[in-house]
Structure formats: structure tokens, C-alpha cells
Design a protein around this ligand. Structure first.
Ligand code: FEO
Length: 399
């Protein structure tokens, strides 16, 4: 049994088998589906787990409450990685009352049939469990419309749904002070940029709403349980990412069919290094899952995109990356771009249309590279890199 504090227990599970989260995003360290059980005078379960793990989930619940019934199932978020066990849970606990907001309840019906016994709550409503009292706060669009958090007024725990979550299964208990949480910080940035990234403004509104709460423990639906000094650190990560704030550095995302565009990308990276930009990352858009490219794009101020012309347009994986950037509403970046071609250049036109649409500040002159990387094209690429380096250095604070 994993007790987090007093009557509050962890009954979530590790998924080390799934390879792609949402069918899209790689899980090199796995992922958790966190669920929490408050065994008070009334028993409240907060969120469930992926249906594939129901047996294990049920065992964990019974380990805590034995044959006692579950009085309330509190649903903070309805995405099926958390709601997937609702139907099975009802079979084992037919008397439980679903406690959630109106939008979530409609989703319960939509995904799992009728929600027979339910209690609809709204902003600021409370639920008394005995010693514990929970208060509910709506945080719509973080990252679904029905999302809410449950705040435990007794122990100052925020059960936050996907907010403050991260990829990575647990190597031990979920408590951050009982394990090494190092891997979760970068997995938090990747989770945020992949899953929540489009919803910067709703995340900011949620943070405003939660800012006056006394929080001793964050219990999200993915990743560790955060305590102590990690509480403000986690909040600051979500604050930074949702403001689209960056650090100095450049992501060079390139497509290359025969290595020529890659050579040009390498020339740009070398010049950036020579010019004093130390944080430069190159990603091949066809070989690196875009999950990792997006995480770096959320981190760094500079973006350089380069790709060959393909079918009178652009290399398909670059088209996809542009769409992924665009749909996340990423703001305040410096963008340089160049394209290659063998007989008719279309990629640069496509990159120009993209830059106009996203409204990034365009830096340097776009290069059109015909066939191989000849000395004059190399010079143009290096000039582009210098323009990006100069623009980044203009933002440096005086020492
Ligand atoms: Fe972890 Fe939005 O589900």
C-alpha cells in the first residue's frame, strides 16, 4: 500500500508497455495513470486508470479499503487514459456516486453509457468526506473543456488532473522525496509541449486561479507526486511553458533526402557555434519523432527550418512539423529558413507562407540551395546563421 499522507493513498499504475501515448508520442520511460483514494468516513476515489490495468487497479483499491464500498468517484478529467475504468468500476461498486461537473458528466454518458448516480458540482463547491473536505475548481481547456482540479482543504493537496503531469513511469513510490526525480523534469517539458502546448492561455488562467491556494502536495494524473520545494518548481515550469518563454538557443530542424540539405544544416550549426551560440540542436524531421523536436522548440528562442522541395511543395515531414508548430500557437520566436531543390524551388515559398502565418520574427535572408552545397551557398548559409546569432545576442542582458 502506498500512503501519501494520513488517509490519502496512491492507487495508480505504471504503464511500461505502451510505446506511443495518444498513438503519437514515444514513451521511452513509460507513463503512469495516477489515481488517488481518500479512505475517510466516506471513501472517495479521484480519477481512474487505463482500462487495460483495471485488475491491478482493483487490487490496489481493495488493499486500502478491503470490502468497504467506494462512496464517490471524483472525475477531474475524462480522457480515456483516466476515465477508462469507469464502466468496470461501476460493476464492482454499483452504489458509487460520480462527482464531477456538467461537461464531464456528459462525456461519461458519451463514452460509457448512462451515469446512473451522479452529483454535479460547479466552481467552488465542496464535498465533505469526514476529516477531509474537497473543493472543486474548474480549469477548462487544460487541455480538455471539462478539466477541473480537486483541492483538499484539510491536507492542502491539489489533485490536478493532467495539469502538472509528465511522462515517465515510476521507479519506486510516487513520492518525489523517496526517489530521484531527475528524468521527470525533461519529460514534463516534453509532455507539456506535446499534449498541453496549444493551451497556453487556459493554463495561465488556471495558474491564476490556483495561485492563492496553500499547496503542500501536487497529485497529478501522470508522473510523481510533488512535495516541498518541488511544488513551486513544477508550477514555475508550467508557468514558463504556457507563457511560451524561452532561453537562448537554436533548434535546427531539417529534412534531407540525399544528405545535401543536412550538410547545409550542419554548416549553419557550425557557424552558430563559432558565433558563440552554445545551445544548438539539430533534428532530422524524418528520423526524430516530432515529440522531441517540439520540446526543444518550446525551450529555445531560435528556430531554423530547412527542407528540400518535394512534389512541387516541401518535404512531407517538414509540412507536418510546420502544422504541429502552428496548431500549438507558439509565440515570440526568431525564425530563419532555407530550402533546397534540384530544378524548381518550392520549399522556400512554402516556408515563407508558414512564417507569415505563425508571425515569428524572420531573421536573415532565406537561402535557395540548388542541388549540392557549393561555396556560394555555404557562404549564404553561414550569413543566415550569423544573422540568427546576432539577433539572439541582442537579447543578452549586460553582464
Ligand atoms: Fe492524461 Fe488528457 O489525459
Amino acid at each position: 500500500m502506498i500512503t501519501l499522507k494520513g488517509k490519502v493513498h496512491y492507487v495508480g499504475v505504471n504503464d511500461r508497455i505502451k510505446t506511443l501515448f495518444e498513438g503519437l508520442w514515444p514513451l521511452p520511460y513509460g507513463v503512469t495513470y495516477n489515481s488517488y483514494l481518500i479512505a475517510d468516513e466516506k471513501v472517495a476515489l479521484i480519477d481512474t486508470v487505463d482500462a487495460n490495468y483495471f485488475d491491478l487497479f482493483l487490487d490496489k483499491i481493495k488493499e486500502v479499503i478491503g470490502d468497504r464500498p467506494i462512496d464517490y468517484l471524483i472525475i477531474n478529467h475524462m480522457e480515456p487514459d483516466h476515465s477508462g475504468s469507469i464502466r468496470l468500476l461501476r460493476q464492482f461498486y454499483p452504489e458509487l456516486t460520480v462527482v464531477t461537473n456538467k461537461k464531464a458528466l456528459e462525456m461519461v454518458k458519451g463514452y460509457y453509457g448512462t451515469a446512473s448516480s451522479s452529483k454535479v458540482i460547479d466552481e467552488g463547491d465542496t464535498l465533505e468526506l469526514g476529516h477531509h473536505v474537497l473543493r472543486f475548481h474548474m480549469i477548462p481547456m487544460v487541455h480538455w473543456p471539462e478539466t477541473m482540479v480537486s483541492y483538499d482543504l484539510t491536507d492542502h493537496i491539489v489533485f490536478s488532473g493532467d495539469a502538472f503531469g509528465c511522462f515517465g513511469a515510476l521507479n519506486g513510490t510516487p513520492l518525489d522525496y523517496q526517489m530521484d526525480p531527475t528524468i521527470y523534469w525533461s519529460e514534463m517539458e516534453r509532455y507539456y509541449s506535446n499534449i498541453v502546448g496549444k493551451y497556453g492561455s487556459p493554463v495561465q488562467r488556471a495558474l491564476q486561479k490556483l495561485k492563492d491556494l496553500e499547496i503542500d502536495m501536487i497529485c497529478a494524473t501522470h508522473g510523481p507526486v510533488w512535495t516541498g520545494e518541488n511544488v513551486p518548481r513544477v508550477i514555475s515550469v508550467y508557468d514558463r511553458l504556457s507563457r511560451y518563454a524561452t532561453e537562448e538557443g537554436v533548434v535546427i530542424a531539417y529534412g534531407s533526402m540525399y544528405g545535401n540539405t543536412q550538410q547545409a544544416a550542419e554548416a549553419v550549426a557550425e557557424e552558430l557555434s563559432r558565433e558563440g551560440i552554445r545551445k544548438v540542436v539539430l533534428h532530422d524531421v524524418a528520423r526524430t519523432n516530432h515529440s522531441f523536436i517540439l520540446a526543444d522548440i518550446f525551450r529555445y528562442k531560435g528556430i531554423i527550418l530547412c527542407a528540400p522541395t518535394y512534389n512541387a511543395s516541401i518535404f512531407p515531414q517538414m509540412e507536418m512539423l510546420m502544422s504541429e508548430i502552428e496548431m500549438r500557437g507558439i509565440k515570440d520566436r526568431y525564425l530563419s529558413y532555407f530550402g533546397s531543390f534540384s530544378w524548381a524551388c518550392h520549399s522556400v515559398k512554402r516556408l515563407a507562407a508558414f512564417s507569415e502565418k505563425v508571425g515569428f520574427e524572420v531573421v536573415g535572408n532565406p537561402v535557395e540551395m540548388k542541388q549540392g552545397l557549393m561555396p556560394d551557398t555555404r557562404k549564404a548559409c553561414e550569413a543566415l546563421a550569423r544573422a540568427m546569432a546576432d539577433r539572439l545576442k541582442m537579447d543578452r542582458q549586460p553582464a
